[in-house]
Design a binder for this molecule. Structure first.
Ligand code: FMN
Length: 278
């Protein structure tokens, strides 16, 4: 189905686009422009043959230095699925999704291969942690784009990192292998919506970084986003701490979220789990 590229831009940024190059109508690009997270799935199995293709696509993602430090775990065991879902009752899609994958940063494999070849391996420092994490993230997003092309919907799940003490032993993740995010996968039960992004005037810079106009642009973005998908009063975060705002935009929501520290034990766990982070 042909989609008007101007409509895709409008949906993504909430602004009236200037001239849009016809390349935006290319099926693959249009799909990326219109992409969206899905958290609700039809009761329909994802054939293993389809999953195999999507996993192959994911593993075709670029990899830093060709080190290939991503590993993907398919959690099939219903009991393990249940235990992971029970960790985050606020996100029932974790248990409901027909397929649940875990994308891992895997610095262990190269360490083992170095041992096999009798070479020293400097693969526990911050550089190594970062490289393996980036590889896993690229793999994850490549999977998502391939899945969306196949008519599936996905939702990454980074909250599993708030429960590493449970998730790592449950999945037998050895030192050096860390979950970057889980991924719910299934045929979507609804159409969802394209989440409005910050405008390129905020996120794109020419030759030098310049955020001089940030305050005004964030105000404008908040208003545009609110006009399309207002956050209802009852969904305002932590009203006991921050009160109820008359106007509650994206920036209020995200800064309230950021005011609560998340993943406080992450650094300590990562160090215990085989990374020095030096
Ligand atoms: C690394 C990563 C982790 C995420 N973790 C979660 C999560 O734990 N739970 C959840 O419901 N959504 C999660 N999401 C989905 C985001 O909330 C979603 O991508 C964001 O709201 C933008 O929406 P869009 O993907 O539809 O554009 C995650 C996304 C990414 C990229």
């Amino acid at each position: 189905m042909a989609v008007d590229p101007r409509e895709l831009m409008r949906a993504r940024f909430g602004t009236e686009p200037a001239e849009v190059d016809p390349v935006a109508s290319d099926a693959a690009i249009a799909r990326i422009l219109g992409r969206r997270t899905h958290r609700s799935y039809a009761r329909r199995e994802v054939p293993q043959s389809v999953l195999d293709v999507l996993l192959a696509a994911a593993l075709s993602a670029s990899a830093k230095s060709d080190y290939q430090q991503a590993s993907i775990l398919h959690v099939r065991d219903p009991e393990k699925r249940r235990r992971i879902a029970d960790l985050v009752p606020a996100m029932p899609w974790i248990g409901d999704a027909p397929v649940f994958l875990v994308f891992c940063a895997d610095a262990r494999r190269l360490r083992r291969i170095s041992e096999m070849r009798g070479h020293p391996a400097h693969n526990a420092d911050l550089e190594a942690f970062f490289n393996a994490t980036v590889d896993a993230a690229l793999c994850l997003q490549t999977f998502v784009l391939a899945a969306e092309a196949a008519g599936l919907g996905c939702c990454p799940i980074s909250v599993i990192r708030n429960h590493l003490q449970v998730v790592c032993p449950l999945l037998d993740l050895p030192p050096g292998v860390l979950p970057v995010a889980g991924l719910c996968v299934g045929y979507p039960s609804g159409t969802g919506h394209a989440s409005m992004r910050l405008p390129p005037s905020v996120t794109l810079h020419q030759d030098r970084y310049d955020d001089a106009a940030l305050a005004q642009r964030i105000d404008d973005y908040d208003r545009r986003r609110d006009a399309r998908h207002a956050i209802p009063r009852e969904k305002q975060r932590a009203p006991a701490k921050f009160g109820h705002a008359d106007f509650y935009g994206w920036s209020d929501d995200k800064t309230r979220q950021l005011a609560e520290r998340e993943g406080s034990g992450f650094g300590a766990f990562v160090r215990k789990h085989g990374f020095t982070l030096d």
